[in-house]
Design a protein. Structure first.
Length: 187
């Protein structure tokens, strides 16, 4: 980072070290855009750049008495900018890691809730099946086992139309039962 230095920089640094705000303002306006361009090149983020530049100049003002020992202000300023930028990047990386860990944890919890919800629904379906009349229950169970209507018809000694009707009534009852149970549990 090559900076355009003030020709009377040593005098201005002494004045800043003594707490002269006008001298600090001159220092600020001389270097603000220069270090801003450097930091912007590293962060690629205008808001972050503004924040870091403000932090750097705040540090300079707070530690202004140390300016009396500074021989090369451009090197001193470069080190401040580099350190503040690296600290800011480290902080962002740590925050991103925490955010990713949090999102991972939330995802795990959501998956557990979905699994529990799925188990609850299967339990509700099983409960509803137990409440079906015997013929509907048997047709539903056989369909669940993968048998086709003609096979169920033959096994139960029913017409295919009766099997279809029992299956339809069973599915309708189970659906309504599960919906009602879920709406009751959400209150």
């Amino acid at each position: 980072m090559a900076l355009n230095r003030l020709y009377n920089e040593t005098d201005i640094l002494k004045k800043v070290a003594n707490g002269e705000e006008k001298a600090f303002a001159k220092l600020f306006y001389t270097y603000y855009n220069q270090i801003g361009e450097f930091i912007q090149g590293l962060t690629q983020d205008h808001e972050v750049t503004e924040e870091i530049v403000q932090e750097v100049f705040t540090k300079i003002w707070i530690d202004r008495k140390a300016l009396r020992q500074v021989k090369r202000f451009d090197a001193y300023l470069f080190i401040l900018c580099r350190n503040h930028t690296l600290n800011h990047i480290r902080k962002l990386v740590a925050e991103r890691g925490k955010k990713e860990a949090y999102l991972s944890e939330v995802d795990t919890v959501q998956q557990a809730v979905e699994i529990k919800t799925t188990r609850d629904r299967y339990e509700l379906i099983d409960q509803a099946v137990r409440l079906l009349p015997p013929q509907q229950q048997k047709v539903f169970v056989l369909r669940r086992q993968g048998l086709k209507n003609p096979e169920i018809s033959q096994q139960m000694n029913l017409s295919i139309e009766s099997v279809k009707k029992y299956q339809h009534l069973a599915v309708k009852f189970i659906s309504e039962f599960v919906k009602n149970q879920i709406s009751i549990s959400t209150f």
